[in-house]
Design a protein around this ligand. Structure first.
Ligand code: AQP
Length: 346
């Protein structure tokens, strides 16, 4: 693959883009790996564009009425997590048609061999690869369009999305190389903090995911205090006390996960968690973790409930965000079409 010049991003305004699928209840993984960090980026004063990627969500079946409710609920989760629609652009993807149009153009730049290497497709399609939607296969090209439609230079994501951001860089580089331009930046994945990959509470080798059939595997942002406490109490762990240092977590995936969750919620390092709890058993640690999770998540779920009481207001916020997003994305789409040789005469 042709690399972009090292300084390619210097000619672009620093801009953050990221998204979340409104495909169900948002989880603690989505919060720690994405939402919390989205708010931090906004508060650093960088231009931030955040999207509820409903076009991605329909790559697997979504009940139409449920999709609308989930999209509003995800918007409420963004706002309750600290995204201010006056400081960040917050909208749902399908209201800005440039995403789908640019995705088509990038489908024609991306190579089938690149798509075949995407591990998320292999995980999600499993043995069913012949029966899943074509959209699920093309998902990474739509994600590249989401990012490149804003000339975004930074993409905060969880570990699981790193490969897709790297593919976006390859697509941008090939476009620039083939058309002899330096039109698209080379967006950098920002994968930071103690919770870049929050694991299932039932199986430390699996990512915590909103589509996991087991509700006990995840903490939903809408779970009440009792449910959160119960899920942590029942979380798979082991019989050993917590170690004094990180090496003692080797081979203990579930214990490591619970320590990382505590660290991310408390805003401290995993080392600091072990300095506090090393030598103690899960009988002590799990209730402390549950209390911390409830203290951090209760205000968010309370605010989500308040916002969800006025769906029309959420729709208004998304519409306003979409207009702002379109003002950036449409000219970039137009220029892409022009570079590719399409007549623009309206
Ligand atoms: N377990 C996780 N730990 C850390 N970050 C996570 N993210 C998701 N799960 C974890 C991050 O959340 C953002 C939005 O993800 P998404 O909803 O667009 O898609 P996903 O990565 O496929 O998440 P899910 O929960 O597994 O969704 P479903 O089940 O619908 O496929 C991304 O930045 C992601 O890294």
């Amino acid at each position: 693959m042709t690399d972009q010049p090292a300084d390619i991003n210097a000619k672009f305004t620093p801009r953050v883009f990221s998204g979340i699928q409104p495909s169900g209840n948002l989880t603690l993984g989505n919060y720690l790996g994405a939402l919390k960090r989205f708010a931090e980026k906004q508060d650093e004063g960088i231009e931030t564009v955040y999207c509820l990627v409903d076009l991605h969500a329909v790559t697997v079946w979504q009940e139409p009425e449920a999709l609308k409710r989930q999209t509003r609920e995800a918007a409420a989760a963004f706002i309750a997590s600290g995204i201010d629609p006056d400081r960040s652009i917050l909208f749902n993807q399908s209201q800005v048609s440039a995403h789908a149009e640019l995705a088509w153009l990038l489908n024609c730049v991306a190579r089938v061999g690149w798509m075949n290497r995407m591990t998320q497709f292999k995980d999600k399609a499993g043995k069913n690869a012949e029966k899943v939607s074509l959209g699920l296969y093309a998902y990474p090209a739509l994600m590249a369009a989401d990012i490149l439609a804003y000339h975004a230079t930074m993409v905060p994501v969880g570990e699981d999305q790193k490969q897709h951001v790297e593919l976006t860089r390859d697509i941008a580089a090939k476009f620039n190389h083939d058309y002899k331009v330096d039109f698209f930046p080379s967006p950098a994945p920002l994968i930071e903090g103690a919770a870049t990959r929050v694991m299932s509470l039932r199986d430390g080798s699996k990512k915590m995911s909103k589509s996991d059939p087991s509700d006990a595997s995840r903490i939903n942002l809408t779970d009440d205090a009792d449910t959160i406490a119960k899920k942590f109490r029942k979380a798979v762990s082991d019989a050993e006390p917590l170690p004094e240092s990180l090496e003692g977590l080797d081979g203990r995936a579930e214990a490591r996960n619970l320590v990382n969750i505590y660290a991310a919620l408390a805003g401290i390092t995993a080392d600091a968690v072990l300095a506090q709890f090393g030598g103690q058993g899960f009988g002590t640690f799990k209730p402390a973790l549950a209390d911390l999770a409830v203290a951090k998540l209760a205000p968010i779920s309370g605010e989500m409930t308040r916002l969800m009481a006025d769906p029309a207001e959420i729709d208004r916020i998304l519409g306003k965000g979409a207009a702002k997003a379109e003002a950036i994305a449409q000219p970039i789409l137009e220029k892409t079409l022009d570079i590719m040789g399409m007549i623009r005469s309206r």
